[in-house]
Ligand binder design. Structure first.
Ligand code: M6R
Length: 610
């Protein structure tokens, strides 16, 4: 959730650390800081707000040194204020950057205070800093001091520690939050992910849970959770792109919406053989599966809901799609589930990771559908499927969601074919249809021109409802999430048929209702649901395929205040194509309101705390 980075032995470390933090800003942007080691102690710069605030501070007061640590924060314990920004110091002997939560920090803090420790922040992190001071007083090397501290803390964390006692080393540890070491000829780096170190190296060691140790400028000393020295493999990762630019778009989100035809094209290419048929990178015997679980959070969860409709409809294979943060805590009955698929853009969302680990512990095979191929989920799952959406920088998921749906549809088709539910001909039809998806998405981009002038009304709304049926119901949930997170307008998504069971009471004069329709088996019933909303005063905004919109207008010419359409398509493709107007609607509303589109308040791109 926070991004951490460290460097030891690198000339002008602060420049490299700041660059690394820019690559990590997706993990949090409440405050940021860098500390470097000096002859007399530490030199620290911190700033509240986005990374540019820190860059500004450093440009007026530069940092010099070849060893340092940096942090970009998403606040958990303690508000967004300078005192809580990392690096957090204790007694000018220890500086800490930390990602995650020390769950027993209250108890530890009390006992440290009882020993006379003075705390200057509200963070759980400061506990770590004081524990290190204490541990260094009671051990004779930094490695043992780290082991001693780890014996006292509980929770999910990754941290980097710089000390004045051992100025030539950094202490590092990982438990459930990601951490990787980057090797260069002259120096060693450590960071929350390989991308953070992408400017300086591609040679990466991914720590495993429970690993801890020390690094110097030319040596990595790691131990596993049992204290045994371990040599983790050095992996050469693909060159990570330089800092991705907006390429003329106003926001990353706008750019990423427009990149969706490419995201689908690349994802399809990686899963298509030379005859144009779908193939999975690793074989899954769907005939042997009794049921699947799709585990995910946020937008990825919505993709999983749509995927469930497809898998059940096309392959007659039962799927439960669950919010990952709830799954293991409800002690689910797993008897029927023979494969659990974690769906995640980042591959790092802790809720999803923990749900997958829970399934693995229970003996269920696990697979991961991720956009970051070096992520923890990809590395931990026996089977992984990669969406080829490319780096997604905007906090709101768009192109990764589109690519997830693409893969989930392919999975359902392959499963349906293997299980004898889909005959060859239907499979080929769907393959051909999907190969035209990038083109259809390209054509659908034109809907943005219709949407732009519509948003002024929506931007004034206090609340908004999204309705859909079938696979367009999860899209209604997704539309509501996008509007909430980007423009801070309260929004709810409902299944059209569920309205009459309560939510219809919310409808009053002028309430915007976004009705999502395709020319599918639900169209007639959806029109009735929308008519019911209109009769109670709602302002209807129709988001529909061309022919669905035509039928609505024929049946009820006065129904919609505003209509936005995408080209006609098979109902299987409707949730993909109709995602575009749904994303544009949220995007332009946020732009109209002047909110921070790429970094909305209180959010982070990757959520690695529970
Ligand atoms: O990286 P993940 O796909 O696991 O992330 C899951 C959610 O945190 C993410 O989809 C979130 O809901 C986005 N902000 C939605 O736009």
């Amino acid at each position: 959730m926070c991004g951490i980075i460290g460097a030891i032995g690198y000339p002008n470390a602060a420049d490299a650390l700041l660059q690394g933090l820019r690559r990590l800003e997706y993990r949090g942007y409440d405050s940021a800081g860098i500390a470097v080691s000096t002859k007399t102690g530490f030199d620290v710069r911190r700033a509240v707000g986005k990374l540019n605030a820190l860059a500004e501070v450093i440009s007026t007061s530069p940092l010099k040194g070849n060893t340092g640590i940096g942090h970009t924060r998403w606040a958990t314990h303690g508000g967004v204020k300078i005192e809580n920004a990392h690096p957090i110091l204790a007694q000018d002997r220890v500086a800490v950057v930390h990602n995650g939560i020390i769950e027993n920090h209250r108890t530890l803090r009390k006992s440290l205070e009882a020993k006379g420790c003075k705390f200057t922040s509200d963070t759980d992190t400061e506990v770590l800093a004081h524990l290190f001071v204490d541990a260094m007083d009671n051990t004779d090397n930094l490695h043992d001091a780290t082991a001693k501290v780890l014996g006292q803390i509980e929770g999910a964390y990754a941290f980097v520690i710089m000390t004045t006692d051992y100025p030539d080393q950094l202490a590092i540890a990982r438990q459930a939050s990601p951490l990787a070491v980057g090797l260069t000829d002259e120096a060693i780096f450590v960071g929350s992910d390989a991308i953070a170190m992408g400017d300086v190296t591609q040679k990466i060691i991914f720590l495993k849970d429970g690993d801890y140790g020390t690094i110097s400028h030319d040596h990595v000393h790691l131990s596993d959770s049992d204290g045994q020295t371990v040599n983790r493999e050095v992996v050469v990762v693909a060159a990570s792109p330089g800092l991705v630019s907006k390429e003329g778009y106003h926001h990353f989100m706008e750019k990423e919406i427009h990149e969706q035809p490419d995201a689908v094209l690349h994802t399809l290419s990686a899963m298509t053989d030379s005859n144009g048929g779908f193939h999975l990178p690793q074989f899954i015997d769907f005939t042997k599966l009794t049921a699947m679980a799709y585990l995910a959070a946020g937008t990825s969860f919505h993709a999983g809901l749509i995927g469930r409709y497809w898998m059940e409809q096309l392959a007659d294979l039962p799927v439960v799609t669950e919010i990952a943060s709830e799954f293991r805590y409800r002690h689910p009955s797993l008897r029927q589930i023979s494969l659990a698929l974690g769906i995640s853009q980042s591959g790092e969302s802790l809720d999803t990771l923990m749900a997958l680990r829970y399934m693995a512990e229970k003996g269920v095979n696990t697979a991961a559908l991720v956009n970051v191929d070096t992520s923890t989920m990809a590395r931990e799952s026996g089977l992984h499927l990669i969406t080829r959406a490319g780096p997604e920088i905007g906090v709101a998921s768009t192109k990764s969601y589109m690519a997830q749906m693409t893969v989930l549809l392919i999975l359902a088709v392959v499963a349906g074919h293997q299980r004898g539910i889909i005959p060859d001909q239907r499979r080929q039809e769907i393959e051909a249809m999907l190969s035209s998806l990038p083109r259809l998405l390209g054509e659908s981009m034109a809907c943005s021109d219709t949407i732009k002038p519509m948003v002024a009304r929506l931007a004034k709304a206090k609340s908004c409802l999204y309705l859909g049926r079938g696979t367009l119901y999860p899209l209604a949930l997704e539309g509501a999430l996008k509007l909430k997170e980007l423009s801070y307008i309260h929004a709810e998504g409902y299944a059209g048929g569920e309205m009459k069971h309560g939510p219809i009471a919310l409808i009053e004069e002028g309430l915007p209702v976004v009705a999502i329709l395709a020319d599918d088996e639900h169209l007639g019933k959806m029109i009735s649901n929308v008519v019911e909303a209109k009769a109670r005063g709602a302002d209807i905004l129709l988001v529909a395929t061309d022919s669905a919109a035509r039928q609505v207008v024929e049946e009820s010419p006065e129904l919609a205040e505003m209509v936005v359409t995408v080209p006609d398509c098979d109902p299987l493709l409707a949730p993909l194509l109709l995602s575009l107007p749904i994303q544009f609607l949220a995007y332009f509303t946020a732009v109209h309101k002047g909110t921070d589109v790429d970094q909305p308040r209180n959010l982070a791109k990757s959520v690695t705390v529970e």
